[in-house]
Write a protein that binds this ligand. Structure first.
Ligand code: C2E
Ligand code: CA
Ligand code: CA
Length: 639
């Protein structure tokens, strides 16, 4: 094909489109700067593309202006400008490909393969353009301002890239949420249509603009944040909005919550195969359902009832499909299913309700929300409010925190001369609340240390009073959570309370449970050593429940090892278990620890424990925990 004179073609260039395109880039840039966007890699790619397009626009406008002068003196600059312009656009294509790899979360080797393919294509096309320019093929800027062109190399490169992009999208389609994929396809398609149209109308002004459509798609994805392209989920904020909407429009819904505790941790990602399943489950079973990802391992599907009148049937379907999947993956799960309820919608508290239920149900179970759950939830919300208030007021005499106490029998002296302080809450609406209903909550919200200070204060106060009344009390132990040891001034807080009550540190013991973490162990060791210097004794609580690292226990200067009730029970079950418990107890005794058996309920328990190297006994046999004042009934009078 010989070169044809095509002045008309190039005359059809007007800079208006490029300028408008650049303006749009600036608008998007301004919007990104003034709104909240997570700084992911996709975001950085987007910014690079935006910058490149502005650069491309400027190059295009510049070289076309030189071209318009018709002055051959500018020929070199025109060639360079044109090649640069095309090279930038190829680069943008490369970035698009990289972006697709990024949003679909492909692994490193596959991302690298995509980058390599795109980069080679861009490199080859650019090299060809340079060669053509040097050898006088393709586009030419001839004397007297006559431009001519042969093969439209750029158009070939453009088409190749469009094909590559389409192939890539098809190959990753199983990794993308369908609606997101369709969006990408539409943007690539529209670009292609415009490119073809401008060829038909012998135009060249709209080339750069066609690159803007995928950019708009990227922009949308970034801002429909936290819309997750891989799972098609939206976050808890969006869920709250949906609940509000459904509530004000009196629309009822069903919710299905799936919790995968293994993926709960920050930064953990659901594996690809789970994401694929999630995508299928989100759309496959209900009409008009929306899936929310409220945390890493927690998904909630909201299903409008009106569009799914047969929802019960559909729930059965999704559950049996889930069970089939579970047979595959075997990740532990908790499923909670319920219907919209006026009082929960009003407070917009579905997520808290579900998480509250999680605490009470076992792993790998499906639970239907019952009125009882709601009652329990309201109760624990109320308790939490009160805890928050107690924490904020930080009044060491807060009457809502009650010190209960259980006497401990000392075998050596044959008397009850120590005791354990146990906390209760006494609240207006609920009456007495037991530790299992508020300690985990207090720990989770960081309130536990203030509670400890209160209980310690009340215990010290009572020790002082009883001593003044002539009762003989060696010490009372107080439970401390391992979490508290990390408080800024843990030791200072403890000694301050003791000192302010004018009692000796030896009157107080602290009960700690083992922790698995190495860091906790180091902190524990440090704090125990510091407080022992003040005479405070230390007990290892709950020995025998779950995990026990002997080596570490021996490294910590405990005074008393509290054998958990489970060991008392086990020792009563068969002779072999009794032997094991006895040997453990003897081993501790030989190493100068005292052994305390917890949960001694009857004479048989007591007899066994006495035979198994016991120094102290504690349990319902002697007394249930009672208000600390009642301790007087057990204590001997001095002298
Ligand atoms: P724990 O420290 O192991 O306390 C012993 C628990 O066993 C107490 O339950 C007590 O009432 C119960 N118990 C005592 N004798 C017997 C018995 O003969 N048989 C049976 N089956 N149980 C018996 P409680 O008071 O409900 O406390 C439960 C847990 O709550 C405590 O376990 C402790 O871990 C925690 N806790 C209680 N008070 C406090 C506190 O002030 N601070 C902290 N951090 N935790 C506390
Ligand atoms: Ca204890
Ligand atoms: Ca215990």
């Amino acid at each position: 094909m010989g070169p044809t004179v095509q002045n008309a073609f190039f005359d059809n260039y007007t800079p208006v489109s490029d300028i408008a395109m650049m303006a749009l880039c600036f608008v998007m840039y301004a919007l990104v700067l003034t709104s909240y966007v997570t700084r992911t890699r996709s975001y950085r790619i987007f910014m690079v593309v935006l910058g490149s397009l502005v650069l491309a626009g400027m190059t295009n406008v510049s070289y076309n202006m030189l071209l318009k002068t018709g002055d051959v003196a500018y020929a070199g600059a025109v060639y360079a400008g044109r090649i640069t312009y095309h090279a930038i656009l190829y680069f943008v294509f490369v970035m698009f490909s990289v972006y697709i790899g990024e949003v679909t979360g492909l692994d490193k080797p596959r991302k690298r393969a995509i980058l390599l393919t795109a980069a080679i294509l861009a490199g080859v096309m650019t090299a060809l353009e340079i060669t053509f320019a040097l050898t006088g093929h393709g586009f030419r800027f001839t004397k007297a301002g006559v431009t001519a062109r042969g093969i439209n190399l750029f158009m070939i490169g453009y088409l190749l890239f469009i094909i590559m992009q389409a192939v890539l999208l098809v190959r990753v389609r199983h990794l993308l949420y369908k609606r997101v994929m369709n969006g990408f396809f539409a943007s690539v398609g529209i670009s292609l249509v415009i490119m073809i149209l401008q060829q038909i109308f012998k135009q060249s002004s709209f080339t750069t603009v066609t690159f803007l459509f995928p950019v708009v798609a990227m922009f949308y994805l970034m801002h429909s944040n936290p819309f997750n392209a891989a799972t098609g989920t939206v976050d808890s904020r969006a869920m709250q909005e949906m609940v509000r909407y459904m509530h004000t429009h009196r629309k009822s819904f069903v919710f299905l919550s799936l919790y995968l505790p293994e993926f709960e941790a920050e930064g953990k990602k659901l594996p690809d195969e789970i994401q694929a399943t999630v995508r299928r489950f989100a759309t496959g079973f209900f009409r008009g359902a929306v899936l929310f990802q409220v945390r890493n391992g927690h998904l909630i599907l909201m299903v409008p009832k009106t569009r799914n009148p047969d929802y019960e049937h559909r729930i059965q379907n999704i559950l049996s499909a889930f069970r089939k999947q579970y047979a595959h993956f075997r990740y532990s799960y908790k499923i909670v299913i319920g219907e919209s309820m006026e009082e929960i919608s009003e407070k917009n508290e579905y997520v808290s309700l579900i998480r509250n239920i999680h605490r009470d149900i076992p792993d790998d179970s499906v639970h239907r929300v019952s009125p009882d759950d709601i009652r329990r939830f309201n109760r624990s919300e109320y308790i939490l409010q009160e805890l928050t208030d107690i924490y904020t007021k930080k009044n060491l005499n807060d009457p809502r925190v009650r010190a209960y106490c259980q006497p401990v029998f000392n075998i050596q002296t044959g008397r009850f001369d120590t005791a354990e302080a146990l906390m209760r809450l006494e609240l207006e609406e609920t009456g007495l609340v037991y530790p299992d209903q508020f300690i985990p909550m207090a720990e989770a919200h960081g309130y536990i240390h203030v509670l400890t200070e209160i209980i310690l204060h009340k215990t010290c106060q009572e020790i002082r009073k009883m001593s003044e009344e002539g009762f003989d009390i060696s010490r009372i132990s107080v439970n401390v959570s391992v979490l508290e040891l990390k408080e800024d001034d843990f030791c200072g807080d403890i000694t301050r309370v003791i000192d302010n009550n004018h009692i000796n540190g030896e009157r107080i013991a602290i009960e700690l449970t083992e922790s698995r973490s190495e860091a906790d162990f180091m902190v524990m060791k440090e704090k125990i050593e510091e407080l022992r210097g003040r005479g405070i004794k230390f007990y290892l609580d709950d020995f025998g429940t779950g995990y026990s690292n002997m080596e570490r226990i021996m490294e910590l200067p405990f005074d008393i090892i509290k054998f958990d009730r489970s060991l008392v029970i086990a020792s009563g079950a068969d002779e072999r278990s009794e032997k094991i418990v006895e040997n453990l107890a003897n081993m501790f005794k030989d190493m100068d620890y005292s052994v305390l058996y917890e949960g001694v309920e009857d004479d048989k328990d007591e007899k066994r424990c006495r035979e198994m190297a016991a120094s102290y006994l504690q349990g319902y046999k002697y007394s249930r925990p009672a208000p600390i004042e009642k301790l007087r009934n057990f204590l001997p009078k001095a002298g």
